[in-house]
Design a binder for this molecule. Structure first.
Ligand code: DGL
Length: 252
């Protein structure tokens, strides 16, 4: 029986979603593939993102995975519908958590942080049409690169985050949406710009959706304990970074 779940992100960002899924489903076995050699995706044109996703899916599908999680908002926006039309296994994608943030509003605005590609594609535009009346979209310029280079904890990262968020810091902001799976690794810097404000992301919702879909098709693992395999198209020291990000999430 197929027993491997494929996780995909342009790089290390999807590790934030993987960690939640592993915690929720300790019996499952995961194959995580980061296309770090080609990250970031969010600054690239749509056709290039799609071509990269197509190649990455070959890596996961060659391992006969029982489900695929596009643990990347950019890849989901660019490629989820295409992938769903091509495979018969469950495909779980992500979207910026604008709806819960909107429901939590107390009169101010919601900042929706994501990549340039995510914010410009129809999936986000449709979300905005439904829930975006008080949502301000903001590109996290340079954020992905900082996480990819292992600098999420640095002073440089703090300054970069503050530079992007400074124009909104004096305004009435109710909450912040992290619409890119790399951004939870910068959460402390983002929170410092808006002390006490709730931060929403799609990690738990995605992991729960994965569990529901596996349950619905009767393919939840019966193994006593799952396994984890990490792969990258980038340099092998990226695997060390992936493990250290998992360990960081264990601590926080
Ligand atoms: N982690 C990805 C996301 O959720 C995108 C990062 C990138 O630009 O490659 O959007």
């Amino acid at each position: 029986m197929k027993d491997l779940i494929g996780f995909f992100d342009s790089g290390v960002g999807g590790i934030s979603v993987l960690h939640t899924a592993m915690t929720l489903m300790p019996r499952e076995s995961f194959l995580y593939y980061g296309d770090n050699g080609n990250a970031p995706y969010g600054t690239k044109p749509l056709e290039e993102i799609r071509a990269l996703c197509r190649q990455a899916m070959d890596v996961l599908l060659s391992r006969d995975v029982k489900a695929i999680v596009l643990a990347c908002n950019t890849a989901t926006s660019a490629y989820a519908e295409i992938l769903r039309s091509e495979v018969s296994i469950p495909v779980i994608g992500m979207e910026p958590a604008i709806k819960p943030a909107q429901e939590n509003r107390t009169g101010g605005d919601v900042l929706a942080l994501a990549t340039k590609a995510t914010l410009s594609l129809p999936k986000f535009k449709n979300l905005m049409a439904r829930y975006g009346s008080h949502v301000i979209p903001v590109v996290g310029e340079g954020f992905v690169e900082l996480v990819e280079s292992g600098e999420a904890d640095s002073e440089r990262a703090r300054e970069a985050v503050e530079a992007v968020l400074a124009p909104y810091m004096g305004r009435d902001i109710d909450s912040i949406v992290l619409g890119c799976t790399h951004y939870p690794f910068l959460q402390r810097h983002i929170q410092a710009c808006f002390p006490g404000k709730p931060i929403f992301d799609g990690r738990l919702g995605t992991a729960m959706q994965l569990r529901r879909r596996l349950e619905a098709v009767g393919s939840l693992s019966q193994a006593e304990r799952g396994t984890l395999e990490l792969r990258t198209s980038g340099a092998t020291d990226v695997l060390v970074l992936m493990r250290s990000l998992l360990a960081y999430l264990d601590r926080t």
